[in-house]
Design a protein around this ligand. Structure first.
Ligand code: ZN
Length: 121
């Protein structure tokens, strides 16, 4: 399956859960407006990883907000991700990435570096 078809599948999946994917400066999931923004300047494979990750947030964020509140979840300026929320999102990301058959060493390295960045900053 070509990468463009994988992107189309992600788009379909986002639509199925009521979200819209739009180009933006950064990768983000905005539950209030049911929008996922994706940085379209990154390579297609990275875009696939990140859209899958933001979909992971989309399906897990409601419960997280219910548990600890929106502000505690993302920080005042979205600068500080809650680790538990990120790990829940990554668990879903893994499933999506496996379904799309792009679960490989490059993806895993990227995932690990993202998770490391959450507590290094
Ligand atoms: Zn995240």
């Amino acid at each position: 399956m070509a990468l463009s078809r994988k992107l189309a599948r992600l788009e379909k999946y986002a639509t199925a859960i009521g979200y819209k994917i739009i180009p933006g400066k950064e990768n983000a999931c905005i539950p209030e407006s049911k929008v996922i923004t994706v940085n379209t300047r990154q390579k297609v494979i990275k875009r696939i990883w990140m859209i899958a990750h933001e979909i992971g947030h989309a399906v897990t964020i409601k419960k997280c907000i219910k548990e600890i509140g929106r502000r505690a979840l993302t920080g005042a300026n979205h600068e500080w991700p809650a680790l538990e929320a990120e790990l829940r999102a990554w668990r879903v990301t893994d499933k999506i990435i496996r379904t799309l058959k792009v679960y490989d060493e490059a993806y895993l390295k990227y995932k690990h570096s993202c998770i490391r960045s959450y507590y290094r900053s």
